[in-house]
Design a protein around this ligand. Structure first.
Ligand code: ANZ
Ligand code: ZN
Length: 838
């Protein structure tokens, strides 16, 4: 080492890997972060959206974990018994696709990545209770995912149906609507096509009203935009169904055989409308070209046109079809209906803005009141009709019901949850198809239905599940559990949203004595649920939360849980970006957390993440200066080293107020300390974590200055030292939420025992919170006319009001006009006047 540049003093090293290792070992050895669950403290359950193991943890995880750990550590210090578990959402496509490329089983990739992520999470120093870890791909977990499916099946809430589904030709599997972005597969970008397939669905629509209504209790506790997204997704509309009788001689019909469905032409068309009051203005009826109604109503000579229209409609996604700006296309079906009020004949059209799965799949066209209908009428030469309406929707419904022409009705945007996937790496659907008995559930005591060991090319998607291929014959062929005849297992696997719809319940029962006869113990869930806070990305604002809410309600109905809502509050963190763009592996600007830990250390990354801005805001990692926060951590360690010894039992501690003279340096520092702690509480309760960091930095500066300056002449040196220690201890306790290793080390150097994680939150002395008073000068046209005493943090408005109320101002402005009041809080108010206009 160069003599001209002395090494960093050994007593003041930067927070190092060695420090981090030491404290991580300490926490592990002492079980510091295990939930006690012994009733000695009030319980709080903090839940983090569990990671998908696709490589190392990335900076998105770094952000969530840093944020959630602030909360976990804060609650612990406030005296709660905190449950803060961790697991992996470890089934899913990326592992399967990697396994095909590598010629291995997806478990290899999955478990390697879990090991990497777990090691990184440990190095990051998150206060997880590692004894409660779970992984959804393990048979001891997915056994219960299958159990859940069977309970739904038992209640008629899981069913099989043939439906048009989004099919990704590249991934060779169905996609949920929201996995289709701009007509393409969200994962691989391939253009999505529509296919008719028999699939498994879960009847979430049966819970639509409860899913909506129970959200009232989440108001203010969940981000408003998430509640709005959930509400829109469920999309409840109230209105009426109105029946239009089909005119029997509505047109010459060819032989029934020429047109499928024509033989069973319905005698009426039922529409769903939210505006039954506009019925007088209806001039046509439109049905979805791709629904069964269109086929049934279509006259044979229009069948060909309808078939073409149907193909086109299927090819354009739902989002596109419901875009109000896009012109709709129509096909006349050669059928007429009777207007229930006027008796007029109205034509029936297929129009692709009408969706088959919403309402009744049919609408009444009211061009006089609806823009879309107006454009459709203009495009196809249909009459605009009258603008007349009935007095109100309620009246209209009463009238319809009296006439027998319709009735009150509710429609939902929400569709049933498509849960089957034609891929391997998921929980097998636990049923057997028997030629005699049909669908037969696998008996509970035969669960789990384990995945057979397939690898590499055997996993290649070929338009059906790999479990349907010859490679899985031995696995698939089983006797029917009911009659013993030769039968076959269902070859599909469950959507990973099923795995994650209940994992938070299992956490409640993990640890010592994990049960193997139930998915979780109801009494454990009773103690911990609902999770007091759920932390995770807004990308899960709709589906994951909806399905978790649904499953909680279902298990409530089944007597397994008391609560009807799983997550009392929700915190959505912003995105981590890099150079202005979303960070992602596919864009090649993804950053692994492990690598950042090597470079900066855990505390610097954590602190930088939290300090970068409010949790909801996006963070641009390229703008974050981890080096600066690292130097800050070093400053705190130096500060701790400079603090005098721990006061002995008989000596006056920092709480001894008598020794601190108001106006002394010690007093000023004590006030800063107590106000910082007080403010931090409020900020933490409102998730303003970045502001807390800023306040801690300010307190560090104040403590350092006080420590360097020492007491003023004539001030009590003992009281001063005590105030410095109090400030530094408060700094360390607060810092332990953000940079726990540095805080532990500082706590240790302060001579405190054991772990700062076991310390308690500093008690605030209300006597030290009152603001200082200052004197403000009140001028009128530049001349001081009054003085008022105000709190140092007075706001401008209050100061202005006070100033204008003084007699000095009243006298000086008498007979003049006040044109302007300039306020410089807290010191000066200047009132500008001019001669009053007479
Ligand atoms: C006549 C009418 C007149 C309508 C008017 C609206 C305004 P929300 O609020 O989204 O529920 N509709 C009904 N079923 C449909 C389907 N399957 N596909 C597309 N559109 C459908 O919208 C309900 C309204 O959307 C219904 O009320 C219907 O048009 C249309 F001045 O009926 B309305
Ligand atoms: Zn059978």
């Amino acid at each position: 080492m160069d003599a001209a540049h002395p090494p960093h003093p050994a007593a003041h090293p930067l927070p190092t890997r060695e420090i981090e290792d030491r404290w991580q070992r300490y926490w592990a050895e002492h079980g510091t972060f295990r939930a006690r669950d012994d009733g000695a403290r009030p319980r709080r359950y903090l839940l983090t959206m569990f990671p998908y193991p696709s490589g190392d943890l990335h900076m998105g995880h770094a952000e969530v974990f840093a944020l959630e750990d602030v909360v976990a550590r804060y609650w612990r210090l406030r005296g709660y018994d905190v449950l803060n578990p961790i697991g992996w959402d470890s089934f899913g496509l990326p592992a399967e696709n990697a396994a095909i490329r590598r010629g291995e089983n997806p478990a290899v990739f999955t478990e390697t990545n879990i090991a990497t992520q777990a090691a990184t999470a440990h190095r990051y120093g998150v206060s997880f209770d590692w004894s409660r870890r779970l992984e959804t791909h393990r048979p001891e977990y997915y056994r219960w995912t299958q159990w859940l499916f069977l309970r739904l099946l038992e209640r008629g809430l899981a069913y099989r149906a043939t439906a048009p589904v989004n099919w990704c030709p590249a991934d060779q599997t169905v996609l949920a609507n929201e996995q289709v972005v701009g007509g393409r597969c969200e994962r691989c970008g391939a253009a999505v096509v529509q296919r008719e397939l028999t699939q498994w669905f879960v009847r979430v629509t049966a819970y639509a009203d409860r899913l909506l209504d129970d959200m009232d209790a989440l108001e203010g506790a969940w981000p408003a935009r998430v509640l709005t997204m959930q509400r829109n997704w469920i999309g409840r509309s109230t209105g009426a169904r109105v029946r239009f009788a089909v005119v029997p001689d509505g047109g010459p019909r060819a032989t029934a055989s020429a047109s499928p469905g024509a033989g069973s032409r319905p005698d009426h068309v039922e529409v769903f409308t939210t505006r039954p009051d506009t019925l007088p203005g209806a001039t046509f009826v439109a049905v979805a070209p791709d629904g069964s109604l269109a086929a049934a109503l279509c006259a044979p000579e229009h069948a060909e046109a309808l078939a073409r229209h149907r193909e086109a409609a299927l090819a354009s996604g739902e989002i596109e079809r419901t875009n109000a700006q896009r012109p709709s296309t129509g096909t006349f079906l050669g059928t007429w209906v009777r207007h229930p009020v006027t008796g007029e004949r109205l034509p029936v059209w297929a129009a692709d803005h009408v969706l088959p799965g919403y309402g009744t799949g049919a609408v009444m066209g009211v061009p006089a009141h609806d823009d879309r209908d107006a454009r459709f009428a203009a495009a196809y030469g249909l009459p605009v009709g009258s603008g007349e309406t009935w007095p109100g929707v309620e009246d209209a419904i009463t009238r319809l019901e009296a006439d027998g022409a319709g009735e009150r009705a509710t429609s939902y945007r929400l569709r049933d949850w498509l849960v089957s996937r034609q891929r391997y790496w998921g929980a097998p659907v636990p049923v057997v198809h028997c030629p005699g008995c049909g669908v037969v559930p696998v008996p509970d005591d035969e669960l789990p239905v384990r995945l057979p060991d397939l690898a590499g090319d055997d996993l290649l998607p070929r338009g059906r599940s790999p479990l349907a291929s010859p490679a899985a014959d031995a696995w698939r062929r089983v006797p029917c559990p009911r009659c013993g005849a030769a039968a076959e297992r269902d070859p599909d696997t469950l959507d990973t949203f099923v795995d994650s719809s209940w994992y938070f319940l299992r956490y409640c029962s993990l640890g010592d004595g994990t049960p193997d006869d139930v998915p979780f113990r109801p009494e454990d869930a009773r103690r911990w649920m609902p999770a007091a806070q759920y932390v995770g990305g807004v990308e899960h604002a709709i589906l994951h939360l909806l399905y978790s809410r649904f499953v909680t309600k279902f298990l409530h109905d089944e007597g397994w849980v008391d609560v009807v809502e799983p997550f009392a509050t929700l915190l959505n963190q912003g995105q981590v970006r890099s150079g202005g763009r979303a960070m992602s592996k596919s864009l090649g600007n993804g950053v692994d957390l492990g690598e950042q830990l090597d470079r900066h250390g855990a505390d610097a990354v954590r602190l930088a993440m939290v300090y970068a801005g409010p949790p909801e805001d996006d963070v641009d990692w390229a703008d974050v200066d981890a080096g600066a926060v690292r130097r800050f951590c070093a400053r705190v360690l130096r500060l701790a080293d400079g603090v005098g010894p721990v006061p002995g039992p008989g000596e006056s501690g920092p709480g001894a107020r008598d020794a601190v003279v108001p106006g002394s340096r010690a007093h000023a520092l004590r006030r800063a300390t107590h106000r910082t702690v007080h403010e931090a509480q409020d900020l933490l309760d409102r998730s303003r974590f970045n502001v807390v960091v800023a306040r801690v930095m300010e307190l560090v500066t104040a403590a350092r200055r006080a420590s360097e300056d020492g007491p003023a002449a004539g001030e009590d040196a003992g009281a001063h030292a005590a105030a410095v220690r109090e400030a530094v201890e408060a700094v360390v306790v607060l810092l332990s939420l953000f940079a726990p290793h540095t805080a532990e080390e500082a706590w240790h150097r302060l001579g405190r025992e054991a772990s700062v994680a076991d310390a308690s939150w500093p008690v605030v002395d209300p006597g030290l919170l009152a603001a200082d008073e200052v004197e403000a000068a009140v001028q009128v046209d530049g001349k001081v006319r009054a003085r008022v005493r105000v709190p140092a943090d007075v706001d401008e408005r209050a100061l202005e009001d006070l100033a204008l109320a003084t007699t000095g101002v009243a006298r000086a402005t008498a007979g003049r006009e006040v044109v302007r009041v300039v306020v410089r809080a807290p010191h000066v108010v200047n009132v500008v006047t001019r001669a009053a206009a007479s």
